[in-house]
Write a protein that binds this ligand. Structure first.
Ligand code: MBD
Ligand code: FE
Length: 282
């Protein structure tokens, strides 16, 4: 392994995203679902588990180990992490069946709403000595017919060069490398930031314990997170990756897509790349 990112601890890196999730799910409102739907979906999930138990002849000691692990995930606040890494990609693929325009991918556990709003040409809030190569990310937000969407919002968040997200890592200032950038009257934006590093799921929590017990790896390729929204249009949640990056073809969260890989060019300052977003009508 050539990556030099330090191993984030569960406590230090935001494995506990439960509180942020509770706040955001309250904001998003209750799930509109019926008794019939609950019966059908939950029954099928349980049937799938029963089938694995029968076919794999799962033992009592294994069942008790699973119970202990499930309790640890909850107590460690890692349900958002675990579910977003191992399940969200399929939910997103189903949602994507009816979505046109820019390709989406999973949100993950580290989005925080209500960040600083910045004008179209903006530098993300960062520390004076923020590590990492400079990255200028620019583009335009348009509709499906190619018309610019003035005032579109790019709600942007990323890890730092060590793989930590502000709001989830006590050593980082609130709002570091997060902002809502408001595009200009041509839907254009230019965001100055740094190139993030690959992200490692904390290895010392229950999700990390499972990954190591199963002999998997805990890495995600380096990525930027964005939500792009404009009045009257369907919001897109996506991530952008970097060509040639480690783990691009083996993301633990199964969230890469070919359309989402950037190919930045070197500049005197660091790197620059353009990416345009296309939103469909709501
Ligand atoms: C991340 O940074 C992330 O984007 C996802 C999807 C899961 C865990 C950590
Ligand atoms: Fe992430």
């Amino acid at each position: 392994m050539t990556t030099t990112t330090p191993s984030p601890t569960a406590a230090g890196s935001g494995a506990n995203a439960s509180e942020a999730f509770r706040a955001s799910s309250e904001r998003r409102g209750p799930a509109a679902t019926s008794q019939e739907r609950t019966d059908r979906v939950v029954r099928r999930v349980l049937e799938a588990i029963h089938q694995v138990v029968r076919e794999e002849e799962v033992t009592y000691p294994e069942f008790q180990a699973a119970k202990r692990w499930l309790m640890d995930v909850g107590e460690g606040g890692e349900w958002p992490l675990f579910l977003d890494v191992f399940v969200e990609h399929e939910i997103e693929k189903v949602a994507a069946r009816t979505q046109r325009g820019t390709v989406g991918t999973i949100e993950g556990p580290y989005y925080l709403p209500g960040q600083t709003r910045l004008p179209a040409v903006a530098t993300l809030p960062m520390r004076a000595d923020e590590k990492g190569d400079k990255l200028v990310f620019s583009g335009q937000v348009r509709d499906l017919d190619g018309h610019p969407l003035p005032g579109a919002e790019i709600d942007f968040w990323q890890a730092d060069a060590d793989g930590y997200y502000s709001g989830f890592a006590p050593h980082l200032p609130d709002g570091n490398l997060r902002a809502v950038v408001v595009a200009d009257d041509q839907g254009r934006f230019e965001i100055s930031s740094i190139k993030p590093a690959p992200y490692q799921i904390p290895t010392d929590g229950p999700t990390g314990a499972l990954i190591s017990a199963a002999g998997w790896h805990p890495w995600r390729p380096a990525h930027l997170h964005l939500m792009v929204r404009a009045d009257g249009h369907r919001q897109i949640t996506t991530q952008l990756y970097f060509t040639g990056g480690e783990w691009l073809d083996d993301d633990v969260a199964t969230a890469t897509k070919d359309e989402l890989v950037l190919d930045p060019t070197p500049t005197a300052e660091g790197w620059a790349v353009e990416y345009d977003f296309v939103l469909e009508r709501a």
